[in-house]
Design a protein around this ligand. Structure first.
Ligand code: GLU
Length: 496
C-alpha cells in the first residue's frame, strides 16, 4: 500500500501557521513512508472562499518547501482537487445515500429549527435535529418537491448505542449516538458540506492516513458512519493537537501573529520555521540540531507527536532562526536569503516608486525607507502619543483600525484608506489628527512616505503586528472594552 496523506485547507483567509503545522506533519509522514502528499482545496463555502486566499496558500506552502505530488495547480490522477469543481461527484454520492435510506431530505424551515432548539435548550437537552423529516412518506416528499420547497439532505444517525472511533494517537474514543447530530450533507443550494465532501474525496483520492487538527474529533463519528454507509474502508486517523499561545489557550491572532506570511515578512527562514514546527515530532525536541526538510523527515516519528498542543513560543522561534542564520548558512546563502526576502526586484521597485520623488540623493533612501525593511518598531509611549489625540483616543482608534483592517477582503491602499476614514468617524476624531498617530505607529516617524501605500506594501500581517505592539505599549485593552468597542465597530458598519 502506498501511503497517501493530504492537507485540505479552506481558502478563506491568509494561511495560518496551524495549517503549515498540519501540512508538515502530513508531508513528513507520507515521505517517511515513501508515500505521496496531496493538496486539496476545500472551497465549498462559496461566500467565504477566495482565489486570492488560494494563491497565498500555494505560495506559503511552496515557500516552506512543502511541495505536493498532486493538487489543483498540477493535477493528478484523482482530480479535480478543488471541491467546487466536484459538485457532480457529491450529488451522485448523496443520491446513493438517499436511495439506500442512509440520508433523507429535510424540508424544515429555519423557524421550526429555531423553535426546536429553543425547546431542547429549555429542557436541558443537547441541541440536535429531532428527526422530524426522517418519517416523511414518499408521497409527502414528492408533494414538497412539486411545491418547490427548499430542502437540505441530512444523514441518518442511530438513535441509541455508542460509536467507537480509533484515533492513531488516542486509541479508542466513544461517543453516544444520541450526542451526534443528523448532519447536513447537502445544503439547500446543492453544495455539499465539509463532512460530505471530505469523506467522498478522501476515499476517491485514495487517502490512507488523515492527520488533521483535533478540533475535528467530534466529526469523526459522522465520518466513520458515512464510510460505513458507502461500504468503504476508513483511512487511519490521527487528530493533531492544536498549537497554543504561551498561556496555553488556542493560538489566536489576538495574542500572536498567526499568518505564515507574517513570519515570511519578518524574515524568518522557511527551514527555521519548519524546524520549529517539526521539533515536537522529532527525537531532538530541544532544537539543538537543525535539519533541512529531508533531515527533519528522517527524524520524524509519529509516536513523538505530543498529545498536548505544542506552544508556539516566539522566543524559541527567534532562537532557532538566529541559530540557523549563524550556524547553518554560508555567507552567500545568507546574502541570497536577504535578497529573496526584501531586496528582490519586485519589492525594491515598489519601494523606489514611493521614495523616488522624496529624496535628493540615493543615500537618503536608507533612513526614509528603513521601516519598510523592519519588523516591529519598538516605539515608546511618548512617541506613540506625539500628536493631538489623547491616550484613550489613540487606543480606541488603534483598536478599531485593527478590527477594520482585519476585515478587508482586498488589501490595497484604497481599501486601507476607506477603512481608516471610517475609523476616524467612529472614533469621532479628525482624520488628520488620527493619521499622524498612525504614521508614527506604522513608520516610526511623523513624516514619512504616504501612509496608505506604505501599509499596502508592508502587508496586512506586519501592519497588524505594529498596531498590536502599539496597543500593548499603550497599556492594552480590557476584555470589557474589547467587547464594547467591537460592538461599536459592528454597529457603525451596519449603519454604513
Ligand atoms: N478544510 C478543513 C480545514 O481547513 C480540513 C479538515 C480536514 O483535514 O479534514 O481545517
Amino acid at each position: 500500500m502506498t501511503v497517501r496523506t493530504r492537507v485540505a485547507p479552506s481558502p478563506t483567509g491568509d494561511p495560518h501557521v496551524g495549517t503549515a503545522y498540519v501540512a508538515l506533519m502530513n508531508y513528513m509522514f507520507a515521505k517517511k513512508h515513501g508515500g505521496e502528499f496531496i493538496l486539496r482545496i476545500e472551497d465549498t463555502d462559496r461566500a467565504r472562499s477566495t482565489s486570492a486566499s488560494e494563491t497565498v496558500i500555494f505560495e506559503s506552502l511552496k515557500w516552506l518547501g512543502l511541495t505536493w505530488d498532486e493538487g489543483p495547480d498540477i493535477g493528478g490522477d484523482c482530480g479535480p482537487y478543488r471541491q467546487s469543481e466536484r459538485s457532480d461527484i457529491y450529488a451522485e454520492h448523496c443520491d446513493k445515500l438517499i436511495k439506500d435510506g442512509n440520508a433523507f431530505r429535510c424540508f424544515c424551515t429555519t423557524e421550526r429549527l429555531d423553535a426546536m432548539r429553543a425547546g431542547q435548550r429549555a429542557a436541558g437537552q443537547i441541541t440536535r435535529y429531532d428527526g422530524y423529516c426522517v418519517h416523511l412518506t414518499e408521497e409527502q416528499i414528492q408533494q414538497n418537491l412539486d411545491d418547490g420547497l427548499s430542502y437540505v439532505v441530512r444523514m441518518s444517525v442511530p438513535d441509541s448505542g455508542t460509536c467507537t472511533i480509533t484515533d492513531m494517537a488516542r486509541g479508542e474514543i466513544e461517543f453516544p449516538w444520541q450526542s451526534i447530530d443528523m448532519q447536513i450533507l447537502m445544503k439547500s443550494d446543492g453544495m455539499p458540506t465539509y463532512h460530505m465532501a471530505n469523506v467522498v474525496d478522501d476515499h476517491l483520492m485514495g487517502i490512507t492516513h488523515i492527520m488533521r487538527g483535533e478540533e475535528w474529533i467530534p466529526s469523526a463519528p459522522k465520518h466513520q458512519l458515512l464510510y460505513k454507509y458507502f461500504g468503504w474502508e476508513m483511512p487511519q486517523i490521527f487528530h493533531l493537537p492544536l498549537l497554543r499561545n504561551p498561556d496555553k489557550s488556542k493560538l489566536s491572532k489576538r495574542k500572536n501573529p498567526t499568518g505564515v506570511l507574517f513570519y515570511q515578512r519578518m524574515g524568518f527562514l522557511p527551514t527555521a520555521l519548519l524546524n520549529f514546527l517539526g521539533l515536537s515530532a522529532t527525537s531532538t525536541p530541544d532544537g539543538d540540531v537543525l535539519y533541512d526538510l529531508e533531515g527533519l523527515t528522517e527524524q520524524f516519528d509519529i509516536s513523538n507527536i505530543p498529545l498536548t498542543g505544542p506552544v508556539f513560543d516566539k522566543v524559541k522561534l527567534d532562537w532557532i532562526n538566529g541559530k540557523y542564520i549563524r550556524e547553518n548558512m554560508s555567507s552567500s546563502q545568507f546574502a541570497q536569503s536577504v535578497q529573496q526576502w526584501a531586496l528582490n526586484e519586485t519589492y525594491l521597485k515598489s519601494v523606489a516608486d514611493l521614495a523616488q520623488s522624496r529624496i535628493s540623493k540615493l543615500s537618503d533612501l536608507g533612513g526614509l525607507t528603513s521601516f519598510l525593511f523592519s519588523g516591529t518598531l519598538g516605539l515608546t509611549e511618548e512617541q506613540l502619543l506625539n500628536g493631538k489625540l489623547s491616550q484613550e483616543q489613540v487606543i480606541y482608534a488603534l483598536f478599531l483600525a485593527s478590527a477594520g483592517l482585519d476585515e478587508l477582503q482586498d488589501w490595497s491602499d484604497s481599501s486601507i484608506e476607506s477603512a481608516l476614514r471610517q475609523v476616524a468617524v467612529v472614533a469621532d476624531v479628525k482624520l488628520k489628527d488620527m493619521l499622524r498617530h498612525f504614521f508614527i505607529t506604522i513608520s516610526g516617524s511623523e513624516r514619512s512616505l504616504p501612509l496608505f501605500q506604505s501599509m499596502d506594501l508592508l502587508g496586512r500581517d506586519i501592519c497588524r503586528e505594529r498596531l498590536r505592539e502599539a496597543l500593548t505599549t499603550l497599556g492594552g485593552v480590557t476584555n470589557k472594552k474589547r467587547d464594547q468597542w467591537t460592538k461599536d465597530w459592528q454597529k457603525a458598519k451596519s449603519t454604513g
